[in-house]
Structures are given as structure tokens and as C-alpha cells.
Design a protein around this ligand. Structure first.
Ligand code: PEP
Ligand code: MN
Length: 358
């Protein structure tokens, strides 16, 4: 299904009134107490520019026994913060009963988390529960890097008549380690922007980064990517947070990120330069991890050779390895000299490790 019309025709128009401004969502990962919610909301209201306060009250945690949110008990905390600041409230929902509770407490916006979007059964149930309800729905990308799964969730919601949808790019689980908690894979939100031009796309640099220090540059990348806004986790005392402590910003740091952002012109050249740099960083990290695994194997090999009284250097095997690597390198368009030098160095280190057993 192609959606070409602007879908934001419902209540979102009263929350995000000036579409020339980025749509900014901010607030703690989790609502932890009435005071924490109030303090954060007051700090976020201090300056203009925040359109929606976010707080998780049902937290999808990997292991049972971790803090799973305060549930319905936290809804009056949000209502009090809204009464004091006028900020609309947004909450993650994962089950139809969550939607009922949010509606009963005048929550303004709900969102589907990454672990919900991934499951078409859940999405369908939530979409049915939203039929006939004029509440904006934000949809985080599924944890797996699949455009189709994300698009399917949007289609299920629109088929049930949801009028306002906002997509949230929060990064993807991939099996290679990088500096990011969740790989940004910018080409996926780009594909969604192209497929659903009427649906705003915002980015959640907090969950992509997993750590405070990367949030500012990811937020700038979001602007260059021609996205429509940001969701940022903000906590009055991030180090003490009950969930996602490493990635939440203090209100002061949040304002600094917002003030330093240049949101004016999407810059595809800057966007792709930055992406390529991140990709190089990720590849270098992977290279080092592979070298460390190779070194660990060399150490085990050295122990076996020493136990058996075999020589550490076995010239035939080494020649065979080198020739084979040069050939593999050629197949990958890598120069013979480069591969020869590289493997001589790797081999030299491997022998040293085997000899020393370190
Ligand atoms: C969150 O927003 O706190 C959250 C749990 O996010 P995600 O669904 O992106 O993991
Ligand atoms: Mn979080």
C-alpha cells in the first residue's frame, strides 16, 4: 500500500503546531516517582521547543526481575506534570489494556516500542484497540533490520484508521559490535521516508547511542538526514536512573544539544560523509575484534605445540597460509604487496604470542 497523503490530520496538529520546527520529544526512559516526573517536565518546559514529554511506565526488559516500570501507578504522576507544565504526555504501549489505561488518564500520544513493532500479532491487536480513537501513534522501528516489518506495522495502523503516525528510528540489533548500542543503518529509515512521505520520521539518538557522549553527533546526523525531529531521554540525575542510565542526558546537557543543533538544511553530503566515517569506525572495531580472536587462538595453539614438543614455526604451513591469503586477497581486489605485508605482521605477532604464551 502506498501512502502519499499527509497522515498527520488528527490530534497531532495541536501538539506539533509549527511543522517548520523539529518535533521534539523528551523525558526520562522511565517514570520513577512523582517528583522525578515533575522535576524533568518543569526543566523541559523552561525553554520552548519541546512538544511532547515521554516516559516509559511499562518497560520491556530483557530479563525478569529488572525494573519493569511502575505501571498504572505512574499515570497520575504524568497527569500532574501535564497540569503543571501544559506539556502533552507520551507513553509506550504494548498491550490493548495499556491503551485503555492511557486513554483513561488522558495520555496524549502512545508509541509502540521496538520489541512490539517486531511482532505483527501485537501490532494488529494494538491497531484494533486504536480503531476510532483520535490519538497520535508513534512507531519505533522493529529491532530487526527489516523495512518490510516496519512498513507492515504502519499499514496495520492505517488500515484501522489511525490518523496520526510518527515513525521513530531507534537503531537495530545486529550481531557485529560497534560504538553504538543499536546500529543506525540509516538506509532503513531512508527507505521508510521514501515509502511513506506523509509520515514524519524522527530519530531517537539515545537508544541508538546507548551512551551520552554520542548523542549530539547523532542528533545532528538526524537533521542532515532530512528527518523531522528527535526523541531524547532526559533524567534529572541520569547516573541514578532505574533504566538506561548510561544514555540519558541531564536537562542542561539536553538543552546544549538542542541549542547546538543546526536543523536548517538537510545536507546529504554531510550525512553520507558522517555515515561513511561511522562505517569505517565500525569496520575497524570489527577488524580489531577479529585480530583479538585470532591472537587467542594462537595462544591455544602455542600451548598445544609446547606440550607436544613441536616447533613453533612450521614453515610449510606458513607458506601455504601466506599463498592462500594472497590469493583470497586478489579475489577481493586487494594488492598482493599489501596482503603479504599484513599477514607477515600478523604472523610475526602470532609466533611471538605462541613463544611467550602470553
Ligand atoms: C524506550 O523508549 O525507553 C524503549 C524501551 O525503547 P525501544 O523500544 O526503542 O527499545
Ligand atoms: Mn530507554
Amino acid at each position: 500500500m502506498e501512502l502519499t497523503t499527509t497522515l498527520t490530520t488528527g490530534a497531532l496538529t495541536t501538539i506539533w503546531t509549527d511543522r517548520s520546527e523539529p518535533f521534539v520529544v523528551a523525558g526520562p526512559c522511565s517514570a520513577e516517582s512523582a517528583d522525578q516526573v515533575m522535576e524533568t517536565a518543569l526543566a523541559l518546559k523552561k525553554k520552548g521547543g519541546v512538544h511532547l514529554f515521554r516516559a516509559g511506565i511499562w518497560k520491556p526488559r530483557t530479563s525478569p526481575g529488572n525494573f519493569e516500570g511502575y505501571g498504572p501507578k505512574a499515570l497520575p504522576w504524568l497527569a500532574a506534570a501535564k497540569a503543571a507544565t501544559g506539556l502533552p504526555m507520551g507513553v509506550e504501549v504494548a498491550m490493548p489494556k495499556h491503551i485503555d489505561l492511557c486513554l483513561a488518564h488522558n495520555v496524549d500520544v502512545v508509541w509502540l516500542g521496538a520489541r512490539t513493532t517486531v511482532n505483527p500479532f501485537y501490532v494488529q491487536e494494538l491497531a484494533e484497540a486504536l480503531r476510532g480513537v483520535d490519538i497520535p501513534v508513534m512507531v519505533k522501528n522493529p529491532i530487526n533490520p527489516q523495512v518490510g516489518l516496519w512498513a507492515g506495522a504502519i499499514e496495520r495502523l492505517t488500515q484501522c484508521g489511525v490518523k496520526d503516525i510518527v515513525n521513530i528510528h531507534r537503531g537495530f540489533s545486529v550481531n557485529t559490535k560497534s560504538q553504538f548500542r543499536n546500529a543506525p543503518l540509516w538506509e532503513i529509515p531512508e527507505a521508510m521516508q521514501a515509502r511513506f512521505p506523509g509520515i514524519p520520521m524522527i530519530s531517537d539518538p539515545s537508544h541508538i547511542a546507548g551512551k551520552r557522549s554520542l548523542i549530539a553527533e547523532l542528533a545532528q546526523q538526524t537533521a542532515w538526514q532530512a528527518m523531522d525531529g528527535l526523541m531524547v531521554e532526559v533524567h534529572p540525575n541520569p547516573g541514578e536512573a532505574l533504566s538506561d542510565a548510561k544514555q540519558q542526558l541531564t536537562p542542561e546537557d539536553f538543552w546544549q544539544v538542542i541549542e547546538e543543533l543546526d536543523w536548517r538544511i538537510p545536507d546529504t553530503k554531510q550525512a553520507s560523509l558522517q555515515r561513511q566515517r561511522h562505517e569505517i569506525d565500525a569496520l575497524d572495531t570489527e577488524l580489531l575484534q577479529l585480530l583479538a580472536r585470532r591472537a587467542a587462538l594462537a595462544k591455544e595453539l602455542g600451548a598445544i605445540k609446547q606440550a607436544k614438543g613441536w616447533p613453533i614455526l612450521q614453515s610449510d604451513r606458513w607458506q601455504e597460509v601466506l599463498n592462500n591469503r594472497i590469493q583470497q586477497g586478489k579475489n577481493l581486489a586487494l594488492s598482493e604487496q599489501f596482503v603479504r605485508d599484513l599477514f607477515k605482521e600478523i604472523h610475526r605477532e602470532s609466533l611471538a604470542i605462541q613463544r611467550l604464551g602470553v
